[in-house]
Design a protein around this ligand. Sequence first.
Ligand SMILES: C[S@@+](CC[C@H](N)C(=O)[O-])C[C@H]1O[C@@H](n2cnc3c(N)ncnc32)[C@H](O)[C@@H]1O
Length: 269
Amino acid sequence: MIRFDVVTLFDGYFEPLRTQGVCRRAFDSGVVQLRTWNPRDHARGAHRTVDDRPYGGGPGMVMLAQPLHAALCAAQAARVAAGLEPAPVLLFSPAGRALRQAAVQELAASCGAVLVCGRYEGVDQRFIDLHVDEEISLGDFVLSGGEIPAMALIDAVARLQPGVLNDALSAQQDSFSDGLLDCPHYTRPPRFQDREVPPVLMGGDHARIARWRRDRMLELSWRRRPELVRELERQGRLDRADLRLLAELRGEARDDAGAAAAAGTSSGP
Ligand SMILES: C[S@@+](CC[C@H](N)C(=O)[O-])C[C@H]1O[C@@H](n2cnc3c(N)ncnc32)[C@H](O)[C@@H]1O
């Protein structure tokens, strides 16, 4: 069982996770548990204010440290009352470490985390300094709140829990699980608008199919994310057939670069 405690002003975001698709199965079976904590419930004053203007002036509002602090303490106390350890505190922020599958896998094998969702201009820095173990970014763009990154993280973790996917093998073959992008997939019919399914996939030779898939993973990764291939190479995780294909792809790239240089244009990886 893995448990997420989410500190959020907008807990309605999380309802669809409980009721839709693969995540619903994770919640129904109890392998993933989720509880939300609204800082407004822990705010002081008749208006239960959760934000204020930034010191130093400027646009927007900043989330107050006190309601966040109180919501976080309540979440950790509830975890302890449920027999769990207090969990690491993760804050979503564009300034955080980019979310990667390796971190998702690590979290999936843990007891969970407290996820803090920022809003407005962000969170009072003193709350971050006092309580946050790690800041996580969903990418180099700005969302209006941390709820969508929190949902993305919970979804990515939930589908790795035992019994959640119909076929456990599919998570092992997904992009990034062994360091490469996934291969292309085809289903019926065999011909669609003059385009055929690659014949090897129709031939029933499982060894050839596995090699074709591995080659396509390597080729796609090399063309779109060459750093993934270089990392596997550095770790000695490419077999002889992988290295042969990689040599061909590098030869093609050199030929393209030569042709581009001769034509006065630039070319790919
Ligand atoms: C409008 S944003 C604040 C942006 C902040 N002023 C900045 O420029 O970095 C409000 C909240 O959304 C969340 N957020 C926005 N973009 C994000 C991203 N790319 N990754 C993770 N969280 C993000 C954070 O929790 C943030 O505190």
